[in-house]
Design a protein around this ligand. Structure first.
Ligand code: GAL
Length: 683
């Protein structure tokens, strides 16, 4: 059952009217510009605590009520934030325990934002009071659509309260100290603990090389933060609001395992700031597409694009303007991948402080601008895409991306401390699947994979309990599995797996990884096809970074290495297992190999997007083109976007049978940054 989140595509963004309360003419002008730009929603209150509660227990909400009334009268809805992302000075002064302690055990001074302890009972109490007051004063206002809980949760606190909470968390996880010692293998370097009270969080001035400790600390930080988010949502519910709640997440943020927030929030949302034009747009677009897919996959449901920049940020190394049409293409890419909103940071540029030069819908000049026209184009596009609201992407392909596994892999001193190039491998696999026409979910090892037709497992270093069994069942019942080197190496505690790797899969893959060779930067090997190989490959492919040396026990070689002492050994293999097939990629190959493999496998596995394939007629999707289908019970909406710097022809000059154009003009070709949306009726 597909459910529209809000019945319309949201268009707007972060709005901070508290910075302009002495300038009512500016606030009135804002509303007029909102109307012209087709803005229908703003997010309010992210950093308003000091204005809402200027002194402890003294509340000042009249301005907020007036602002919301005026916005509502102007047809603008509100996503209301809780202000816990930055606390007022009085709170830090009166209760120093709310200030964070850093990894070197220094308590920080007041300043910045995202700088409070998630464990502090005082902080929780004060957050509860202000959240309750917000719900009481504006929570039932008809303009309020949803709750924006805090802002970009992140960071860590090492204060005594957090340390104690960490020890209790460990005691609950392990039960006995012996189990913890075994899990962390503390006998190495004589680091054995005799009591939970002896444990200290990792620190550069203390223990920082015990991988089990570091991994559990990261898990604990996520658990603490998710617990704080749940606590905030409970304060909203207890105060009487049942509007949906979200937390805005960040791009590939390594500080938290967002998987643990999926059950806590009602809607996933995230903040998207790609460095457009730093390199070719098609490269940036591929990266942004992956992140959208990851966010959508967290709940397998429509999500919100909570922030994006209408022009240039002020915090990137080079804050480049978006070229004409880039905002529209980037915004519609989010919608293509499942967003039911395009929201910006920020509606009006602040006059001072650290973000005064950050791009905004309304700038310091305060008049009509080029950027406003670009935003209006997005507003109009979203209005014509109203039917797409609530539909979602049904992917037949999945890539496993497990944050805990990445934490462990990146912390381990191993074959290549100069960089494992996980992201490069991941991107090449993702690109291959997309070129083959598949829509892709990005999911953790813990998720169900039974409904996919093809599952790729790049560098799944950690093999969590049940993961290998799940992959085995998937292949045996007909799935196509592709596993890469450096998979199935350790268990969930980061202890090495004994008796052969990839753990639990040696018979499925028909091989055992014996040794892995690390290559210096600039060093290469290559592989050549075996005659009559299962993929019909005919050319030589270069590889670098890591080269796995495997012993075959049932797998068929597809490519073999050309160089070094392992020349002639298998570098890409295939095995039939049950009703399915299992493939093993032994090295970080050049991009073309991934397109060659996955275009073939997506077709044979039947994993291509069916409606989209009517447009592309079974051929692969051209490089730089994004094709994504959102569906509901009534229709399939196929988004086609050209992120190349040149125009390209669509395979058919004629609209396929049953299709209509929902957005754009179908001429048989696509200009750079052009988007077309086709609707296929299912009824
Ligand atoms: C986000 C943050 C916003 C604003 C924006 C600037 O990470 O949530 O408050 O700072 O960056 O790009």
């Amino acid at each position: 059952m597909n459910k529209a989140l809000f019945g319309r595509m949201l268009h707007g963004g972060d709005y901070n009217p508290e910075q302009w309360l002495d300038r009512p003419e500016i606030l009135a002008a804002d509303r007029e510009y909102f109307r012209r730009m087709h803005i229908n929603t703003v997010s309010l209150g992210m950093f308003s605590w000091a204005v809402l509660e200027p002194c402890e227990g003294v509340f000042n909400f009249d301005w907020l009520v007036q602002i919301i009334d005026a916005l509502y009268a102007a047809g603008v809805s509100v996503i209301m934030a809780t202000p816990s992302g930055a606390r007022p000075k009085w709170l830090a002064d009166a209760y120093p325990e709310v200030l964070r302690v850093d990894a070197e055990r220094r308590r920080t001074l007041f300043g910045g934002r995202h700088n409070h302890c998630y464990t502090s009972p005082v902080y929780r109490e004060k957050v509860k009071i202000i959240n309750t007051e917000i719900v009481r004063c504006v929570g039932r206002h008809p303009a309020v659509l949803a709750w924006h809980i805090s802002n970009e949760y992140g960071g860590e606190c090492y204060c005594p309260l957090c340390q104690e909470a960490f020890r209790s968390w460990l005691a609950a996880r392990y039960g006995t100290i012996d189990k913890l010692n075994d899990a962390w293998q503390t006998v190495f370097w004589s680091h054995v603990y005799t009591d939970f009270s002896q444990i200290e969080a990792p620190s550069p001035i203390g223990e920082h090389a015990l991988h089990g400790l570091t991994l559990d600390w990261k898990r604990f930080v996520t658990a603490r933060t998710a617990d704080f988010a749940s606590f905030e949502i409970e304060t909203i519910r207890a105060a009487g609001s049942d509007k949906p709640a979200t937390v805005n997440m960040m791009y590939d943020y390594a500080g938290l395992d967002y998987e643990r927030f999926a059950g806590t929030v009602d809607i996933i949302s995230w903040d998207n700031y790609p460095p457009w034009h730093k390199t070719e747009e098609k490269i940036t677009a591929l990266d942004a597409a992956m992140q959208h897919d990851y966010m959508r996959s967290l709940k397998k449901a429509p999500f919100l694009l909570m922030e994006s920049c209408p022009s240039a940020t002020n915090w990137q190394a080079v804050s480049k303007l978006k070229r004409p049409g880039m905002l529209l293409a980037s915004s519609l890419q989010a919608v293509a991948h499942g967003a039911d909103s395009v929201l910006y940071f920020q509606m009006r540029q602040s006059r001072g402080a650290s973000e005064k030069f950050h791009g905004a819908a309304i700038d310091h000049w305060g008049g009509e601008t080029r950027v406003m026209n670009e935003i209006t184009d997005v507003g109009l596009a979203l209005e014509s895409l109203g039917a797409v609201c609530g539909s979602t992407v049904h992917a037949a392909a999945a890539i496993i991306m497990d944050r805990e596994s990445r934490w462990a892999m990146e912390d381990a001193a191993g074959p290549r401390n100069a960089g494992l190039k996980y992201k490069a491998l991941f991107t090449r696999i993702y690109n291959g699947l997309r070129r083959g026409g598949a829509a892709v979910d990005i999911i953790s090892e813990e998720r169900d994979i039974s409904a996919y037709r093809i599952v790729a497992v790049p560098m799944a270093y950690m093999c969590k309990p049940g993961f290998a069994e799940k992959l085995r069942a998937f292949v045996s019942s007909g799935g196509t599995l592709v596993v890469s080197y450096w998979s199935g190496i350790v268990d969930e505690y980061d202890r090495c797996c004994l008796n052969g790797t990839p753990h639990g899969l040696t018979d499925v893959l028909g091989l055992r990884s014996c040794e892995i060779d690390a290559l210096y930067d600039g060093e290469q090997n290559a592989a050549i096809p075996v005659a009559g190989n299962a993929l019909g490959l005919t050319r030589r492919y270069v590889c670098d970074t890591l080269c796995d040396v495997v012993d075959l026990c049932g797998a068929m070689p597809v490519l073999t290495y050309t160089d070094d002492f392992y020349a002639g050994r298998a570098a890409l293999t295939f095995k039939q297992f049950g009703a399915g097939t299992a493939w093993y990629i032994g090295a970080l190959f050049e991009e073309e190999l991934f397109s060659d493999i996955f275009c073939r496998l997506v077709t044979t596995a039947g994993a291509a997007q069916p409606y989209a394939m009517r447009l592309f007629g079974g051929s692969s999707v051209p490089e730089g083109v994004g094709v994504t289908t959102r569906e509901n019970d009534d229709a399939a909406y196929v988004f086609v976007q050209n992120f190349n710097r040149f125009s390209l022809c669509l395979p058919s000059k004629v609209l396929p049978k049953g299709a209509s154009v929902l957005y754009g003009t179908y001429t048989g070709s696509l200009a750079p940054l052009e988007t077309l949306v086709f609707a296929f009726s299912k009824t």
